[in-house]
Write a protein that binds this ligand. Structure first.
Ligand code: C5P
Length: 410
């Protein structure tokens, strides 16, 4: 795993007594694997569900539970002071109530009172407890004071009841934590539009033309922009991926829908990252009913197609009037003459950058987790990036975008 934003971050993980505690071990492990330094505070009730040893084994660090220690008599202050974020997952109704009322009767709640860092609470409780007006009022009070909340989710609970109250899954919690850590990043207050995935062009109610784009590179770009603190709008074709936490999602199917969404969104945007694999053509006619085999054959096997709008060329025309987006980047998925085709697109689409990827090789491009990119800038720069994960590619691209935007603005 290579999520840069967690590296060297001091994360205080508070665990309270809920059956969902077992997920905290996985969360602590994932954060540690990504380079975070995770200090755990458990309540007495939490340590009846899971052993402190499980936590210290995955974090390689101490687990705190006692209020008073001879070595460090003000450890609640030290723990809270040194942390980048205090995540309380799971947060029981009781702990939420105590923190809302400023009660401090164990190390976890004392530390919450003393902490100067952001606090993120992930509630876990039965549906009746969560929807109870007392809990709702406590959550509202804490939100008002600037505490952050992640979840709960709807679903089946240990009691057998179904409803709102499940602790989010560790990967979802990671998304909320990285969003909280990103505030104040270099793209703070910048509006970034990212497109991702394929488009689908319907032939009839059951068939469509599309391509092999998985959306992974576009989603990784959206996540890297979020990690840099940006306001991200992700315009996505149909893909099998979870939406990055914090992104504003616009789901589209066709190239025309994507074009409408992009032109509207870039009107006040700082950056456009056009990673979507837009279908170049669509069927000339949309069959209202499923086209029958006999029907298709009677007209021959040809399928009349018409061209879709080139979104980046439309953006170019709009930008000539509005000046937005300030910086735009396109992708060129090629199987041959990479540099030549890439440079031609950079000029024709009036882009600041073109990310050329060789989709002809098995380890790069569509449907795999890795990518090899050559980035060319309109300023003449050329970056030959190594084969790396799509997240690492995205982080490299976002670094270049931050620099370009700085130059454009200053
Ligand atoms: O011309 P080509 O499709 O190879 O260019 C690729 C780049 O142009 C990508 O950034 C893609 O998202 C964008 N594109 C577009 N509108 C289209 C087709 C591609 O904006 N109709």
């Amino acid at each position: 795993m290579d999520i840069t934003i967690f590296q060297e971050k001091r994360i205080l993980l508070g665990i309270t007594g809920s059956i969902a505690c077992y997920k905290s071990v996985d969360l602590a492990s994932k954060l540690t694997q990504n380079g975070a330094l995770v200090d755990v505070i458990m309540t007495e009730a939490a340590s009846r569900f899971i052993a402190p040893l499980s936590l210290s084994s995955v974090t390689g660090r101490e687990v705190y539970s006692d209020m008073w220690s001879l070595d460090d008599h003000i450890q609640h202050v030290n723990l809270g002071e040194g942390a980048d974020i205090f995540v309380i997952a799971p947060s029981t109704a009781h702990t939420i109530a105590k923190i809302a009322h400023g009660l401090a009767d164990n190390l976890l709640t004392i530390t919450a009172l003393a902490a100067r860092c952001p606090i993120l609470m992930a509630p876990a409780m039965d549906v009746g407890m969560y929807t109870n007006p007392a809990t709702q009022a406590n959550v509202a009070t804490l939100k008002d004071r600037g505490l952050l909340f992640a979840g709960p989710a709807e679903g089946r609970m240990a009691s057998g009841l179904v409803g709102l109250g499940r602790l989010l899954e560790p990967t979802e919690l990671m998304g909320h934590i990285r969003r909280a850590l990103s505030s104040g990043g270099p793209l703070k207050d910048k509006k970034i539009i990212v497109t991702a995935g394929p488009t689908q062009e319907a032939l009839d109610p059951v068939r469509f033309l599309s391509n092999r784009s998985s959306g992974r590179q576009g989603y990784a770009l959206a996540q890297a922009a979020l990690d840099a603190g940006a306001d991200v709008t992700l315009i996505s074709g149909p893909v099998q991926l979870n939406s990055p936490v914090g992104a504003r999602m616009i789901q589209v199917n066709t190239a025309v829908e994507m074009s409408d969404a992009v032109l509207k969104e870039v009107a006040d945007a700082d950056v456009l990252l056009m990673a979507a694999a837009v279908s170049d053509f669509r069927p000339a006619e949309l069959g209202k009913q499923k086209i029958k085999k006999a029907q298709a054959f009677s007209g021959g096997l040809g399928l009349p197609l018409i061209s879709n709008p080139d979104i980046l060329e439309q953006v170019k025309t709009q930008k000539a009037k509005t000046g937005r987006p300030l910086v735009s980047l396109g992708f060129a998925a090629e199987t041959e003459n990479l540099m030549e085709y890439g440079r031609e697109k950079l000029v024709r689409k009036a882009l600041d950058f073109i990310a050329i990827n060789d989709v002809g090789s098995a380890d790069s491009g569509f449907s795999v987790d890795t990518n090899r990119i050559i980035l060319i800038g309109s300023d003449g720069r050329l970056m030959n990036m190594p084969l790396q994960s799509k997240s690492a590619v995205a982080e490299d691209i976002i670094r270049v975008i931050v620099e370009a935007l700085d130059l454009r603005i200053n």
